[in-house]
Design a protein around this ligand. Structure first.
Ligand SMILES: [Zn+2]
Length: 357
């Protein structure tokens, strides 16, 4: 059972470990205050650590917590990369930046979304254009957004999600349920109506770090999709693009989904493609390193329960504690071997990116 104090403690401990390890490794750090408090009333931050020459032409960024609670694993990986002192020191022509808790509010409150119930990784759309319409979402609206939450609803949701995946395939269900929706601010997987605090903050950081760069690699750490403990590299695009060829040369295997500006896009408003769009003159490769945890229906049940809790429930209740534990179990694991396996994969991915000149 997780209460608000314990949640806040976990967030502060993760943040402190990141900053301590960065300083010990000789990296510079910087912290940006979030406008809202955490579950204990204390401050929340997006934290940065830098290594190497800021004037270098090549940039490597490693970020965590775009999806709030997914940052527990991301933070653990970032801290250990810093602790072992092996990243960002291999080449003179590389500037390395780690961003800890892109969405600190979701991180500390054990949510996947941010302070506005916005899935930050659906928020990077062009708000000057008509909002995307997600036709498939309405078929799932009632089951994803119930008025009451209990074990019975949780079981029904998991069963319906598993049946839909068997019937339509994971990609189609993902598009409908998780691809982003812009019509229901109270609902699950909402993408927002304007750029969020995290988006505005990270865009300003990108402008600063990208100045003078001819090449950049961004690795955004995520959890909750795939086989438990497996880390899969993902991006959008076409195999013929130089950035995809570079990815394959560096890492071998990468899952390439249909282009982010095309009709078959899996999810709208994802951070990585936006970074690539903002700096067309540089060769920017933005990827997600996605780690599997539990079955997709368990992940959906956890985020639906959490959405219900913040909309209708009592955050101080016993039920809230159970739902926050469900969230942690859906996006993080302390099973034997999980930390080691996930770190090893991250080390391979990051050191290949760090060494490729
Ligand atoms: Zn994620």
């Amino acid at each position: 059972m997780l209460d608000l104090k314990t949640m806040a403690k976990r967030y502060h401990a993760a943040r402190a470990a990141f900053l301590d390890n960065a300083e010990r490794a000789g990296w510079k750090t910087e912290s940006i205050l979030h406008p809202l408090p955490g579950p204990d009333g204390g401050p929340l931050h997006m934290d940065l650590a830098f290594c190497g020459d800021p004037e270098a032409q090549d940039l490597l960024m490693i970020s965590s917590g775009t999806h709030g609670i997914e940052g527990y694993l991301g933070s653990q990986i970032q801290s250990r990369l810093l602790e072992e002192g092996i990243v960002g020191t291999t080449r003179d022509d590389l500037h390395t930046v780690m961003v800890h808790a892109v969405n600190p509010y979701g991180f500390a409150w054990h949510r996947r979304v941010n302070e506005d119930n916005v899935d930050l990784n659906r928020n990077f759309i062009d708000f000057g254009k008509p909002l995307p319409v997600n036709e498939g979402y309405k078929d799932f609206y009632d089951i994803l957004n119930p008025q009451a939450w209990d074990e019975g609803h949780s079981a029904r949701l998991k069963q319906e999600a598993a049946e839909a995946i068997a019937r339509m395939g994971l990609a189609a269900v993902f598009q409908a349920v998780s691809g982003g929706q812009y019509a229901h601010p109270e609902g699950l997987q909402y993408g927002g109506v304007e750029p969020s605090w995290s988006r505005r903050t990270i865009e300003a950081l990108w402008a600063r770090f990208m100045a003078g760069k001819i090449r950049a690699t961004q690795i955004d750490l995520h959890t909750g999709l795939g086989e438990a403990g497996n880390g899969v590299l993902m991006t959008y695009g076409e195999g013929s693009q130089p950035r995809i060829r570079r990815a394959r040369a560096m890492w071998g295997d990468i899952l390439v989904s249909p282009p982010a500006d095309g009709p078959d896009v899996l999810a709208q408003g994802v951070l990585g493609p936006h970074l690539e769009r903002l700096f067309p003159k540089a060769e920017v490769l933005a990827v997600v390193l996605e780690y599997g945890t539990v079955a997709p229906e368990d992940v959906v049940a956890a985020i639906a329960a959490d959405n219900w809790l913040h909309r209708f429930g009592d955050l101080e209740s016993v039920q809230a504690g159970r739902i926050k534990q469900m969230m942690l179990d859906a996006f993080y694991s302390d099973a034997p071997g999980f930390a080691e396996k996930t770190y090893k994969r991250a080390w391979d991915v990051v050191s290949a990116a760090s060494n490729a000149g």
